[in-house]
Design a binder for this molecule. Sequence first.
Ligand code: GUN
Ligand code: FE
Length: 454
Amino acid sequence: MKKYSQIFQGTAFSSKSPKEVQIQKDHLFCINAAGVIEKVVSPDDTDYQSLLIEYQDEANFHRLAEGQYILPGFVDLHVHAPQWAQSGTALDIPLYDWLNTYTFPIEAKFSDLDFAKKVYQDVVSTLLANGTTTALYFATVHKEASILLAEICAEKGQRGLVGKVVMDNPDQTPEYYRDADTATALSDTEEFIQAVKEVAKRAKQGVYPVVTPRFIPSCTDEALKGLGELAAKYDAHVQSHCSESDWAHGYVQERFGKNDAFALNDFGLLREKSVMAHCNFLSDDDAGLFAETGTAIAHCPISNAYFANSVIPIASFQEKGVEIGLGSDISGGFSPSLFDNVRQAVMSSRMLEDGVNPALPAKERGVPNSRITIDEAFYLATAGGGDSLSLPIGRLEENFAWDVQIIDTTIETAWLPVYDAEEKLHDIFQKIMYLARPENIREVWIQGEKVHVR
Ligand code: GUN
Ligand code: FE
């Protein structure tokens, strides 16, 4: 019996810190039976040659071809799985109208398990093909269909964190799409948590239940309180939308006389394993509370550009100690690709820092120190997401899961102009981040299992 289940030999890019990309040229990544990286060996290490001799003729030795590179799989911190069915539509109307005229009607259809199965299988496969190895999903209010999404993640090998959405407030939800009542919303959530824990027993990569108040307006105080208690009882992840739009932010101020962050915290919903989407109106005090409680931000740059005309100041939140990852927010964001969201995160940040407003003198433009680099945006999509979820994912280090995408820069039909294998590796990395398309994602591995091949 050999010590390692698999060894991969190749050049990898991962995040060393929020600002710095680590390049591991021709390293050996030694993976154990649990799908975890047990050892990373550089060509300078003494056991490199002996490992090569021992493993290189084995079937479980994977030498990457020339032009291929290893990246950590992406961690998408905010996806509405049912909304995949309407991705790309109706993004020109405000959030409130979009929810009521498009989103709630489509989500209501997930009472039909056949329809749910079709969409959920498709969205999980699509995210895998785009290099997303972990996804934090909102499902719908329906308990059965939400359990089905967890089952599909388990089957397809994706690390899925899934929430049955709670919407019990009759004042802010349509009659055709809400929980039957508060008690049912809470009992359904508890049964959902227990069911997903059963599903998880069949999933090597981990599948997790998530406590999911949609956003404060959709929930009664009693539901928010009960959900906080369930999160504590099961030590579960929590997700919601926080301070996203003018309308939602103003509504919470009116109802509680405080911002979303403090209101959510009063109900026990800001915890180490909480992830809050958007956070466009987060104050300094709110950010301090996030740092104190270990609550992370799911930054959704494409969606924010549409629904809030907003860019959040990543660097200043990070300085305060807030964990941040990246979310597609399908379908508030139209793209299932975190590559696209990485690109948008960089572009939006530059407009925040120095966007031209002809009405203002140059020195009054924008917010200083806002811009982020492509390396920093890559961190958000990988290690930042892993830290946000408190899971050992998103880095290519010992004791982290073998969750990777193998990028092939030589696919003829895709636009990745790498002509010279001697090109600086950091330049190749940048080309991959800006230009890679699903065609370039040759293989995707999660917890040491191959889950997608192209
Ligand atoms: N706020 C409440 N529900 C939603 C949703 O589905 N998408 C977005 N972007 N914001 C929301
Ligand atoms: Fe959302």
